[in-house]
Write a protein that binds this ligand. Structure first.
Ligand SMILES: CC(C)(COP(=O)(O)OP(=O)(O)OC[C@H]1O[C@@H](n2cnc3c(N)ncnc32)[C@H](O)[C@@H]1OP(=O)(O)O)[C@@H](O)C(=O)NCCC(=O)NCCS
Length: 150
């Protein structure tokens, strides 16, 4: 795995939206949604994983003082299983831990690989949101990770 992380820039959005379509269709975010997110760096951290000049993964965190939220994470289909998703998630969690004691996320109920990845990082299921993902109508599992403050 030779991917390196750096902050997402507006110039990455063509590549990110291509991955978004590959990974999350039909429940994809739009360019306007990503532009809005990138315009709020005070509470957002969006990263891409880059191999050479190819964006092979991306992830985003929304962080407030009392709660952070893993907004998205995805790795190109032909690069999954190399540790890139774990690298992205660990970078988000390091930032989340600096900013807030609680991290939440939603994950598709039918996505066992991602749920397992989150469980190994200390997330536990706290609830379900029926038909959360639209337009597909897929249920979400809500997961939470609390870091004790010393
Ligand atoms: C979920 C996702 C981000 C994980 O990224 P990745 O780069 O493939 O994952 P990694 O290579 O870092 O592996 C993370 C863990 O998942 C396991 N894993 C990865 N692919 C797997 C597979 N197909 N089957 C079983 N386990 C798998 C790895 O063994 C690894 O376990 P470890 O931490 O014990 O070593 C990626 O598969 C993806 O983009 N999936 C589609 C989009 C998605 O579901 N995003 C999450 C939405 S909440």
């Amino acid at each position: 795995m030779t991917a390196r992380l750096r902050p997402m820039r507006p110039a990455d959005l063509d590549a990110v939206l291509e991955l978004e379509d590959q990974l999350f269709a039909p429940d994809t975010w739009t360019r306007a949604m990503y532009r809005d997110e990138l315009a709020r760096p005070d509470t957002r951290l969006y990263l891409v994983a880059e191999d050479g000049d190819r964006v092979v993964g991306y992830a985003g965190l929304i962080a407030y003082d009392d709660e952070a939220h893993v907004a998205t994470i995805g790795v190109a289909e032909d690069r999954q299983g190399e540790g890139i998703g774990a690298l992205l998630l660990d970078a988000l969690l390091a930032e989340a831990d600096r900013r807030s004691p609680v991290v939440l996320l939603e994950v598709r109920a039918d996505n066992g690989v991602a749920q397992e990845l989150y469980r190994r990082r200390g997330f536990t299921e706290i609830g379900r949101r029926p038909r959360y993902y639209q337009p597909s109508g897929t249920d979400a599992v809500v997961m939470k990770r609390e870091v004790p403050r010393g």
